[in-house]
Design a protein around this ligand. Structure first.
Ligand SMILES: O=C(O)C1=C[C@@H](OP(=O)(O)O)[C@@H](O)[C@H](O)C1
Ligand SMILES: C=C(OP(=O)(O)O)C(=O)O
Length: 446
C-alpha cells in the first residue's frame, strides 16, 4: 500500500502510571481478510460489521475490487460486498499491491489458482523478502503457473488453471495461510480438495467456509491431525458477519496491564478461538491474572471480555507445540519474559524468522539494546528476566517494517527507566491503527 508517509515516524514510550479503564481492540485481521474474500465469491450482498480497517485488510479489499467485487463502506462503518460468484473473478488490470500483508498475498494466490486469469502480486520491502514457495509449490500442482522473483518471492505473476486439479496435500509447515490458500483454490475446482494438517493452525477459513454454505468436513484423528475435505465448484451464499476483536492486538494492552504495577484493565470483545488463545494460557502459567467474563459466541467464533490485573510473572519454557496458537504473539511474550522473575526459554519458533521481519533476530537485537540479557537460538531465544525491575531502555529500536516489533517495544517502554524509542511507528497501521489512542485511553501515554 502506498498510504505511508515518506518519512519514518519515531516515537518514545516512557514509564507509565497504572493502566485503568475499559477498551475494545479492532476487528480480527485473519477473519477480516477472509470475510472480504468469501463475500466477494458469494452471489448477492454480504454485510460485514467490525471489519479491521487496517492497511493489510484494505489491501485485500482493493484486490477483490480489482477482480470484480463491489465493496463499499457505509457511514455506520458496515461494509457491503456484492460478490461475483465462485469462478467469476475477473482478471485485474494492474498489479495487485499487497503492501505488507502475507495473508492477503498467499490467500489471494489460492483464489487466483483456480480461475482462468493472470495476476501480478507486488508488495513492500518486507513482503518482498518473504517465502512464497510454500504456496507456489502446492498451487502449481493445482495447475497454476508462476513467474517469480529469485527465491520464489514477490513480485510474481501467476496464471490460474480452469479447470484446476483437486489437491490432496499434507502440509509440510504449520501454516494457516498455506492451508487456506489450498482450500480457497479448491472452491472453484471440480472434485474433492483434501488438506491434512498434522499440527493444527487457526481454523477461521474452515469455520467461515462452512458458514457461507461450502461443503466442508473436518475429521480430527486421535493424534490431533486434522483432515479437511472440501467439495469443489461450491456455491457460496451471502452472509452477515460480525468480526470479533483481534486477540493478536489485545495481546499488547494485555501484557502492558500485567507488567505496569497497579494496573487493571478490561479488554472487551476479544476473540477466544482455541487456535488463537495460546498467549492467554502462557501468561496465566507465568502467574498473570487474566479473567474471562461474558463468554459468548459472535459470528461463529468464541468471544469474551478480559479483565487483566498487574501480576508478578515468572519465567517459562513453553511447549513448542503451542507455537501456532500464539504465533504472532511471541514478540510481546518475549517482553513479558524480559520483565519476569527468572529465565524463559522459547524453542520451536523457526516460523518467526519468515514473518514481516525475522522476529527472533529483531527481538534479540532490540531487547539487548534496552538492557535485557538474551541468547539467540536457531529456533528460539533465551531471556533473563529483570525480576520486575524496570528495563534500562534506550533505542532507537529498528522495527524493520514489522508492526508487532514496534508495538512490543512500545510496551517495553512503559516499564523502562529511560524510555524506549521506536524508530518508526508507521507499520502499526497495518493491523492496529488505534494502538496509540488505546494506550492513551488506558492512561499509559499522554
Ligand atoms: O492465516 C492467517 O490469517 C495468518 C496465519 C499466520 O501465518 P502463517 O500461516 O504463515 O503461520 C499468522 O502469522 C498471520 O498473521 C495470519
Ligand atoms: C505475520 C503477520 O501477518 P501477515 O503474515 O499477514 O503479514 C502478523 O500480522 O503478525
Amino acid at each position: 500500500m502506498t498510504s505511508h508517509n515518506d518519512q519514518p515516524s519515531p516515537m518514545t514510550f516512557t514509564t507509565a502510571p497504572a493502566l485503568s479503564g475499559s477498551v475494545a481492540v479492532p476487528g480480527d485481521k485473519s477473519i477480516s481478510h477472509r470475510s472480504l474474500m468469501l463475500s466477494a465469491l458469494a452471489v448477492g450482498e454480504s454485510r460485514v460489521e467490525g471489519l479491521l480497517e487496517g492497511e493489510d485488510v484494505l489491501a485485500t479489499a482493493a484486490a477483490m475490487r480489482a477482480m470484480g467485487a463491489d465493496i463499499q463502506r457505509d457511514e455506520d462503518g458496515i461494509w457491503h460486498i456484492h460478490g461475483v460468484g465462485v469462478g467469476g473473478l475477473l482478471q485485474p488490470q494492474e498489479a495487485l499491491d499487497m503492501g505488507n500483508s502475507g495473508t492477503s498475498t498467499r490467500l489471494l494466490m489460492g483464489l487466483v489458482a483456480s480461475h482462468g486469469i493472470t495476476a501480478t502480486f507486488v508488495g513492500d520491502a518486507s513482503l518482498s523478502k518473504r517465502p512464497m514457495a510454500r504456496v507456489t509449490e502446492p498451487l502449481s500442482r493445482v495447475g497454476a503457473r508462476f513467474t517469480t522473483s529469485p527465491g520464489d518471492r514477490l513480485p510474481l505473476t501467476m496464471t490460474g488453471a480452469c479447470p484446476a486439479v483437486p489437491l490432496d496435500y499434507v502440509l509440510p509447515v504449520a501454516s494457516a495461510q498455506v492451508k487456506s490458500a489450498i482450500l480457497l483454490a479448491g472452491l472453484n475446482t471440480p472434485g474433492i480438495t483434501r488438506v491434512v494438517e498434522p499440527i493444527p493452525t487457526r481454523d477461521h477459513s474452515e469455520r467461515m467456509l462452512k458458514g457461507f454454505g461450502a461443503d466442508l468436513d473436518v475429521e480430527v484423528q486421535a493424534d490431533g491431525t486434522r483432515i479437511i475435505t472440501l467439495k469443489g465448484e461450491a456455491e457460496l451464499k451471502p452472509q452477515n458477519i460480525v468480526v470479533p476483536g483481534d486477540p493478536s492486538s489485545a495481546a499488547f494492552p494485555m501484557v502492558a496491564a500485567l507488567l505496569v504495577p497497579g494496573s487493571q484493565v478490561t479488554i472487551a470483545n476479544v476473540g477466544l478461538n482455541a487456535t488463537r488463545a495460546g498467549l492467554i494460557d502462557l501468561l496465566r502459567e507465568m502467574g498473570g491474572s487474566i479473567e474471562i467474563i461474558n463468554a459468548r459466541e459472535v459470528g461463529g467464533e468464541p468471544v469474551g471480555d478480559l479483565v487483566v490485573t498487574a501480576s508478578a510473572l515468572n519465567g517459562v519454557e513453553p511447549d513448542p507445540a503451542r507455537a501456532p496458537s500464539m504465533i504472532d504473539e511471541y514478540p510481546v511474550a518475549f517482553v513479558a519474559a524480559a520483565f519476569a522473575h527468572g529465565r524463559s526459554i522459547f524453542r520451536g519458533l523457526d516460523e518467526l524468522r519468515v514473518k514481516e521481519s525475522d522476529r527472533i533476530a529483531t527481538m534479540a537485537t532490540g531487547l539487548r539494546a534496552i538492557g535485557v540479557t538474551v541468547e539467540e537460538l536457531e529456533d528460539g531465544i533465551i531471556i533473563e528476566g529483570s525480576g520486575g525491575q524496570p528495563l534500562a531502555g534506550g533505542g532507537p529500536i529498528a522495527t524493520k517494517l514489522d508492526h508487532r516489533i514496534a508495538m512490543s517495544f512500545a510496551v517495553a517502554g512503559l516499564v523502562s527507566r529511560d524510555g524506549v524509542t521506536i524508530d518508526d511507528m508507521r507499520p502499526v497501521a497495518t493491523s492496529f491503527p488505534t494502538f496509540t489512542t488505546l494506550l492513551q485511553t488506558l492512561g499509559a501515554i499522554a
